[in-house]
Design a protein around this ligand. Sequence first.
Ligand code: C2O
Ligand code: CU
Ligand code: CU
Length: 491
Amino acid sequence: MNRRDFLTAASSAALLPLSGATWAQAATRPLPIIPITDVTAGGDRRIKLNLQAATHDFGTGAASATFGINHSYLGPVVRAKQGQTLPFDVTNGIGEVTTLHWHGLHIPGEVDGGPHQEIKPGEVWSPDVPVTQRASMNWFHSHMHGKTARQTYTGLAGVLLIEDDASLSADLPSTYGVDDFMLILQDKMFNCSSQMDYVLTGEVFEEGFTGDTLVVNGAVAPVAQTVPQGLVRLRILNACNARFLTLSLQTGPMTVIASDGGFLASSVQTENILMSPGERYEVLIDTRTADANALMVSFGEDEGFVGILGSMFGGGGNAIPALTLNRRAEAGFTGSLPDRLANLSSADSTEATVTRSFQLNMGGSEELATLATLWGNVCGDGGMGINGRPMKMDRIDEHVRQGDTEIWRIASDDQLHPFHIHGCSFRILTQNGAEPPAYAQGWKDMVHVENEWSEVLVRFDHPATSDAPYMYHCHILEHEDCGMMGQFTVG
Ligand code: C2O
Ligand code: CU
Ligand code: CU
């Protein structure tokens, strides 16, 4: 086992029922339903997002110091429709400078909420955000350079759901809180007083911060929900700082219908999904086939490891039943599993006119560490960067011509990193040198990167100036803060 596998194993072990470390994870709580702010009806009222310091009990019996957006922890689900312009008033009440980035949105750089759009304590940021893209599950989170990891972990994150005519008329479960659920998955560390903890060490920077406790919608898992008979839709966000999660069902394969940027061409059956921080997937579960089913979640990206443990512990591996769905007698959405979902042709790489290459770097050179610190990145002892350079706020790394189709190839010099690009959705051509799994062949804004090339086909349709550039970065938030990020303009 190399060091990373060992760390994965050590932290996964905390989830095993035999380990004794599951005091909080033992009880089953009801699934918290995240409140919806539905603005699909329009109107000219401004949409208020109040970033605030608060306290929240995750189910440990103690109040943890948190940040929330209109709530004590996390934000609402903002539900909007393609074609709308969203007039946000984002008020910073957390007592420290922050930003709020709309992850997944195809919007101009000046309203993207990246690290250049700081909101000082007590100030209000009022971007008018034009939603032109198709139905998709997006999210928002802090992007304050050097503080993104801690602020997001503390609770500055929420879901921005876009509907369009096709999604609203689709023959799919859509009764929120009944057969249609939003799941925000995170891992947390709780200290001996049962309060949420975030401690950074040099090693944490290297691996990214990982907790030993899975939290769903702000409640320590496992959680349970009663559902009607029929199809149930789960819209899932991995909002961990650094954890890859492996998702599966207790009974039967899962049906994936959408990824980061919208519906797949047709539904995909899969035994499991490997989900990086920042990714979103929508799945359907047919509750007619079993009285109860559960969404199983295991920590770690090494499926081989999960497989070995799986055979040792009777098939469950290190997975826990994060969300149990208990079926009640009444029928809910009685339609059948969809086949065709969207008009999505296969990605055509011959459309690309420009190719760019990005090598993600970490550890190693002293130069990288020195530059990372010099340029205001926040690291442990090491340094991180892309193409040999850590992030620098006043340096633009790439200039893209608006409307061009490009191939971006990304590789890393060591571990697995989730790579994200602002202002677009892309198609994955190859992932770590191989064809991506079928569920990752639709619209994406996240790609898994290891030592072989991962290639994405991308087009940028909106402008970003040098005052408000877009970012590309590793979505392990500690890596991002440490300089594994770059900036580009579109024009
Ligand atoms: Cu989810 Cu640049 O961020
Ligand atoms: Cu983003
Ligand atoms: Cu990384």
